[in-house]
Design a binder for this molecule. Structure first.
Ligand code: B1M
Length: 233
């Protein structure tokens, strides 16, 4: 049941339900979001569609009103918590492809930045596509990336930043890799709302990934190239 006791989620058609989920996400109603996710799955929706159409769609609206100062940090935290509740249900389903491991990625949000929803989503989608993912969490300094990448024998170092003030830190990580002579050991993928292709090139990343689906495709391409180079060499 939604906040409004008159609304029974299961009685809404798909479009109405998605609209109601946008409202429930906006209001930070985790239980209702989880109920909505389960209903859409029962109706045969693919987990990826539930994620992108209902959850990410709802978070986009929250983002706009946060920008316009209609919503503030406490409300956005509740919305993020509701989104994570939905993602929790979808995670095992997205990872259920049974694909063999095709590479290993270390991923984390950069130093100074605590946004983790997009990073978590990328991690989930990568796991679903057959990558092994080591999640470093948020607020990561250079050594967290580089020590873990070395220890884990990672193919990919993935970095996420959601703030214009934290995205330059990605260059610090890449420059440190160059200084230490290990840049060529890793595929470096970067992502996050304020980034773009040009920024990715300017800091020396292998690729900028607009979203989680692009991250998966880009990772696959680069890992394949890396393996082919290793075979040829
Ligand atoms: Co923040 N916040 N926030 N926030 N927040 C933004 C980013 C902002 C754009 C909002 C706005 O003004 N419109 C703005 C940044 C402005 C700027 O710098 N340009 C902002 C601000 C200002 C702040 C604070 C400074 C606010 C304050 O305190 N006054 C503060 C900073 C805290 C800090 O980090 N030090 C802050 C805090 C927070 C909350 C804690 C309340 C919460 C985060 C909760 C959490 O993550 N656990 C929050 C949220 C939720 C947002 C918005 C509303 C939503 C972000 C999100 O989860 N999007 C956001 C507005 C927006 O982005 N429109 C905003 C959904 C997610 C699925 O998308 O993260 O873009 P996204 O990830 C995508 C792609 O970008 C890509 O794939 C993902 C999936 O498709 N991707 C990658 C992301 N990472 C990748 C890594 C890869 C590849 C692809 O590696 C390979």
């Amino acid at each position: 049941m939604s906040e409004d006791d008159d609304i029974i989620l299961s009685e809404l058609d798909d479009d109405e339900l998605v609209q109601q989920m946008f409202d429930d996400l906006y209001d930070g109603l985790k239980e209702e979001i989880q109920e909505g996710v389960n209903i859409l799955l029962e109706r045969g929706w693919a987990p990826y569609d539930v994620l992108t159409k209902a959850l990410v769609g709802g978070m986009t609206i929250v983002g706009k009103d946060f920008r316009d100062r209609i919503l503030f940090v406490p409300e956005v935290l509740l919305a993020a918590n509701a989104m994570k509740g939905g993602m929790f249900i979808l995670k095992p389903l997205l990872a259920e492809t049974g694909a063999p491991t095709i590479g290993k990625m270390v991923i984390g949000t950069v130093k100074g930045d605590i946004h983790d929803i997009g990073k978590n989503l990328v991690g989930m989608m990568m796991e679903g596509a057959g990558f092994e993912v080591v999640d470093l969490g948020i607020n990561n300094p250079v050594d967290a990336y580089l020590d873990t990448a070395e220890k884990e024998g990672a193919d990919i170092v993935g970095m996420s930043a959601l703030l214009t003030t934290t995205m330059p830190y990605m260059k610090v990580v890449i420059d440190t890799m160059i200084e230490r002579g290990i840049r060529e050991n890793y595929i470096v993928l970067v992502g996050g709302a304020p980034l773009n292709e040009e920024f990715g090139k300017a800091i020396g990343a292998d690729a900028y990934c607009r979203d989680a689906a692009v991250a998966v495709e880009t990772a696959k391409e680069h890992v394949l190239r890396k393996h082919n180079r290793a075979k040829a060499g």
